[in-house]
Design a protein around this ligand. Structure first.
Ligand SMILES: [Zn+2]
Ligand SMILES: [Zn+2]
Length: 280
């Protein structure tokens, strides 16, 4: 298995050292573990403008050094990728572009956490009478901008907006179409994020959206979004089965900003390899 989305203590809301995530991946028989903690808010000048949400800017260098050291130290046992989950921000920032252009990074996940400054899981946005269809459309269009930005290798939890708030009568079809077209045009991968299972009972993106992304031939990646080492590789067996049923043949790994397709059959069963005599 390949898990490209994990966090650790520096962001202020995840548990454990980076090495604990690598150890957990090894214990579960993963072939690749991606370290991808929340990037500092490079668009703002404060060191820690949102404590508990992102790593402080002053931690960035230490993060890259420690992650790179782990990549080297574990190289003969597991592929450790040095990544980051960065925010898609409407006003963008040249500082993001410069920071993400670091030769030590294997990849950057672009995620929409804020629309108009309000966090995706903050339901107060509905207090002023915002229609859920509008909120969902604004989110998908922001994901489309993340794709267009060219900053990211993967897009994170593309329909996380469905987690909180009222359910729209219908999903905003125009915005969804715009998002899928932008993703397909940008040649960026989309992650299947299994933290959705805990947040809303199914991975991000939902089955319908996944089917449409598959039809658009969008590359897919796997991420647990683990904020605790015990969640590394969480729920991947079920996802692999669903992907195979949806006709997906491969998912991607990313190394030094290059996507590497990995056939699904190379992943099936890897979690339990070595634990039972049948290898299943
Ligand atoms: Zn987080
Ligand atoms: Zn995220």
């Amino acid at each position: 298995m390949i898990d490209l989305h994990t966090h650790h203590w520096r962001c202020g809301h995840a548990r454990g050292e980076l090495e604990a995530y690598v150890d957990a991946a090894l214990a579960r028989g993963l072939r690749t573990i991606g370290l991808s903690d929340h990037a500092p808010r490079f668009d703002l000048l404060d060191d820690a403008p949102a404590p508990g949400m992102h790593m402080p800017a002053s931690d960035w260098e230490g993060y890259l050094q420690e992650a790179s050291r782990l990549r080297d130290a574990f190289a003969d046992r597991i592929a450790v990728r040095v990544g980051v989950e960065a925010d898609q921000l409407a006003d963008g920032s040249e500082r993001y572009r410069r920071a993400l252009d670091d030769g030590r990074l294997d990849y950057a996940i672009g995620s929409v956490h804020y629309v108009d400054g309000v966090h995706v899981y903050d339901r107060s946005k509905y207090a002023g009478g915002l229609e859920p269809e509008e909120a969902h459309a604004a989110y998908y269009l922001e994901v489309a901008r993340a794709a267009d930005s060219g900053l990211f290798d993967l897009l994170g939890h593309v329909d996380a907006v469905q987690v909180v708030g009222p359910t729209p009568r219908t999903e905003p079809e125009g915005a969804i179409r715009t998002m899928i077209a932008a993703i397909a045009d940008a040649d960026v991968a989309v992650e299947i994020n299994t933290s959705g299972v805990h947040k809303r009972g199914a991975p991000f993106p939902n089955a319908d959206l996944l089917q449409r992304l598959v039809r658009a031939e969008v590359p897919l990646a796997l991420g647990s979004d683990a904020h605790d080492p015990h969640r590394v590789g969480d729920g991947f067996d079920a996802v692999i089965r669903d992907l195979a049923a949806a006709g997906v043949r491969s998912v991607v790994d990313v190394r030094r900003r290059e996507r590497i397709p990995v056939p699904l059959e190379e992943l099936v069963g890897t979690r339990s390899r070595g634990r039972s005599p049948t290898g299943r």
